[in-house]
Design a binder for this molecule. Structure first.
Ligand code: F6P
Length: 370
């Protein structure tokens, strides 16, 4: 399908657009691209749905008309999402005030119907796609997905919107930690996000010159980590940089989680446990930085903006071609589309035989294994 040859045909359509799940940099670039392509390329109307599926539970549903004036001025550079989003409140198991879970999927579908949409573009990660796909099947909704997540764990795509910016932020953190580590003869531990995937830690660790990279996909031993830091010392190094993904377990194999409001549990805290263990085993002074939501905010990098806009244009073109239940994807330097079902089959974890693991090992970085 060629973008340049696509023309409007048939009556004008109204398409809905929502952002769902945790925010990330580049979502506004997606919104801008969808509106530009739909309005300029097809003469369609775009209705922005506010707060993801939560906005569809409200009556009337929370919406925002996305015309060229609103959606294309300045938002390309803007972090977050002008539509708002939510990463809680699965409509199929919605937490009610009395503590019970209710199926409110019918209400969400009614909300979509009330908007008279011909198609819906959902910008989300694997969790959001599972929910949106189920809603689409139940309600006969023409759905197209655009992958976004700093975790980069959506299947069938090499890149998701937001990932590059998160890696850039984590790399910059290592750039800033290195001089202070060297000034004070310290081991710096940097804890990054990524949920069950180690993509951010691995990429930023290589780009930022980490000495140790710990990811959930590779079991580690504290002895191996300590031995590597001791070895660096024997070779005259007075500092070390350690990057750890949030889902890496502690020495007993237990992942470190924090209870949040609304029944959510997030990873967080392994950095401090690791720092203490390094001090105990090596005698080194350690300091710990937990990067947290800094990885999700701020201006998108150039490559996130490119991916976001390429995805936005292709998603609208899929609707133009009447092709639904598909997700746009980045593969082999091309924007393609794949069945949504393929994207949510399983989270895309770090490939242990892939180029980045090979590169890290080749550089002498310890991955914590023997
Ligand atoms: O999935 C994106 C992500 O940022 C994860 O890396 C992290 O574990 C989680 O979301 C944090 O979620 P919340 O926004 O609820 O704190």
């Amino acid at each position: 399908m060629s973008t340049s040859t696509m023309t409007a045909s048939g009556p004008p359509k109204t398409i809905g657009l929502l952002t769902s799940g945790g925010d990330c940099a580049g979502l506004n670039a997606v919104i801008r691209a969808v509106v530009s392509r739909a309005v300029l390329g097809f003469g369609w109307r775009v209705v922005g749905i506010r707060q993801g599926t939560a906005g569809l539970l409200q009556r009337p549903p929370l919406t925002e008309k996305l015309d060229l004036g609103l959606a294309t001025v300045n938002i390309l550079r803007l972090g977050g999402t002008i539509l708002g989003t939510t990463n809680r409140g699965d409509p199929f198991a919605f937490p009610m005030s009395d503590g019970s879970l209710a199926d409110r999927s019918g209400e969400v579908i009614d909300g979509i119907r009330a908007l008279g949409l011909d198609a819906l573009i959902g910008v989300g990660g694997d969790g959001s796609f599972m929910i949106l796909r189920r809603l689409a099947q139940q309600g006969g909704i023409n759905l197209v997905g655009i992958p976004k997540t700093i975790d980069n764990d959506v299947g069938a795509t090499e890149s998701s919107v937001g990932y590059h910016t998160a890696v850039m932020v984590a790399t910059e953190a290592l750039d800033r930690l290195q001089p202070t580590a060297a000034s004070h003869d310290r081991v710096m531990v940097l804890e990054v996000m990524g949920r069950d995937a180690g993509h951010i830690a691995l990429a930023a660790g290589i780009a930022g010159g980490a000495d140790v990279i710990l990811i959930p996909e590779i079991p580690y031993s504290m002895q191996a980590v300590a031995a590597h830091i001791d070895r660096l010392r024997r070779h005259g190094r007075n500092f070390a940089l350690v990057i750890v993904a949030e889902a890496v377990p502690d020495r007993t194999g237990r992942q470190v989680r924090q209870r949040q409001a609304f029944g959510k549990t997030n990873y967080g805290g392994i950095g401090h446990i690791l720092g203490e263990a390094i001090t105990e085993l090596t005698g080194a002074e350690t300091r710990v930085t937990v990067l947290g939501h800094l990885q999700r905010g701020g201006q998108p990098t150039w490559d996130d903006r490119l991916v976001a806009q390429a995805f936005g244009v292709h998603a609208v073109d899929l609707i133009g071609a009447g092709r639904f239940d598909r997700m746009v994807a980045w593969q082999n330097r091309q924007v393609v589309d794949v069945p949504l079902a393929d994207a949510i089959l399983a989270p895309q974890l770090v490939d242990l035989d892939g180029a980045l693991v090979h590169t890290a090992r080749g550089l002498g970085i310890s991955l914590g294994d023997a």
